[in-house]
Design a protein around this ligand. Structure first.
Ligand SMILES: [Zn+2]
Length: 404
């Protein structure tokens, strides 16, 4: 397949290349040249007026967290599975070809995508997230201490664990079930009822147990941390991927930079939650706190040269407009940096930079064709209708061009 005469935004941050041609052979990108130079007898897509980008990636998805205030559990297992599958399907149609699930999705769904039972992006699952009793992941009603066990192969509920040994076992359990990295909750969060946002969750010793198990398995830990105190402790434990980092001071930014850790801000969920009319008051108060500081925290991380990944943190059923995160980030960093964040920086965060994240010969042919110029109007990326073509490892999985 040949995509000819297209504007190439290759994910490296280089200036776009006008009138480019990209040839795909099998599952890989085979060649890049000037328009017309690669013409052969394969299917040729006329890319005029469109931009070719690497498939988008999202480092913080929650495909399995389908409940909302309006639509609380319990729902039937069938309904749950259908909601999850719908979330996965929408992400691919919106141009996302690789995502990291930040907890709450059983790895069986990643397997179902890999085996082509359902359409979707390649999923790097974290399985159940690890939380302490009363931590951000503990959503039980205050008066109910009953455990809420997972259903392996179907539902990955929070793993509530206390003490290094329990954390170690919980991490091993996720890896056994197919998690590709471990997610833990190291600070209070917006949507949980009992934990102040400044609360520090898990001791360094507990987090270190998870980091050791992940490292022994050849992988790493990502940690939910809104505040400086939580980030500092996560770094002490060896956490590699700092999620949210909404309100962090200069000393903490300096420590993240020195550690070479990644930050994955999640801006769009903050804006979406701010618009929810019936958000519980405990959430509203915490939300305003992180909302006031998130932009400046991101900009100061940028100034310090920290690698900034892209994560949407979308929740609920029918998760749409996932690229809203890129649009929010572009307000602070510009469109090109926001696109780089959601392509090559995430690829390095996933340790997949040899395969995805840029349009270069030898890389996986995970590509999207966008109608229009996303550098001039980054908002184009959030509308599925503008994603004209999605190619996943060389296979066309969405094609609006043939429908014209
Ligand atoms: Zn999250």
């Amino acid at each position: 397949m040949l995509i000819d005469d297209v504007t190439l935004i290759d994910g490296t941050g280089r200036d776009p290349r006008a009138h480019a041609a990209v040839r795909i052979e099998g599952t890989r990108i085979a060649a890049i040249a000037d328009a017309g130079a690669l013409a052969g007898d394969e299917r040729t897509v006329d890319g005029r007026g469109m931009a070719l980008l690497p498939g988008l990636t999202d480092a913080h998805v929650h495909f399995g967290l389908t409940a909302t205030e309006e639509q609380p559990p319990p729902e039937s297992p069938v309904s749950y599975v259908l909601h999850v599958v719908e979330n996965i399907r929408i992400a691919l149609a919106e141009g996302f070809t690789t995502v990291r699930d930040a907890g709450g999705l059983d790895p069986a769904y990643a397997l179902a995508v890999a085996e082509r039972q359902i359409p979707g992006p390649r999923i790097l699952p974290s399985g159940s997230f690890l939380t302490q009793t009363g931590g951000h992941g503990d959503h039980r009603p205050v008066w109910d201490d009953a455990p809420q066990p997972s259903v392996p192969g179907l539902v990955a509920r929070p793993e509530i664990c206390d003490g290094p040994d329990a954390v170690r076992r919980a991490a091993r359990l996720q890896l056994r079930r197919g998690a590709t990295q471990i997610k833990l909750m190291a600070s209070g969060g917006v949507m949980s009822p009992t934990d102040p946002i400044d609360s520090l969750q898990f001791t360094v010793e507990e987090m270190r147990a998870a980091v050791e198990e992940a490292a022994s398995f050849g992988t790493y830990v990502l940690a939910h941390c809104h505040t400086s105190g939580a980030v500092q402790r996560a770094l002490d434990a060896g956490v590699r991927s700092i999620e949210h980092a909404s309100t962090i001071d200069d000393a903490t930014v300096g420590r993240i930079a020195a550690a070479g850790a990644y930050v994955v801000p999640t801006l769009v969920i903050i804006e979406l939650l701010a618009r929810v009319a019936d958000l519980p008051q405990f959430s509203r108060t915490k939300l305003e706190r992180v909302r006031a500081a998130a932009g400046e925290s991101l900009r100061s991380a940028r100034r310090a040269g920290i690698a900034i990944g892209s994560g949407s943190d979308l929740l609920g059923p029918r998760q749409r407009h996932r690229a809203g995160e890129i649009i929010e980030k572009a307000k602070h960093l510009g469109a090109m940096a926001a696109i780089v964040s959601a392509t090559s920086t995430n690829a390095a965060l996933f340790r997949m930079e040899d395969r995805i994240g840029t349009v270069e010969p030898g890389k996986d042919a995970d590509l999207i064709l966008v109608a229009g110029d996303p550098l001039a109007d980054v908002g184009l990326l959030a509308e599925a209708g503008n994603i004209a073509l999605v190619v996943q490892q060389g296979a066309v999985v969405k094609d609006r061009l043939r429908q014209r």
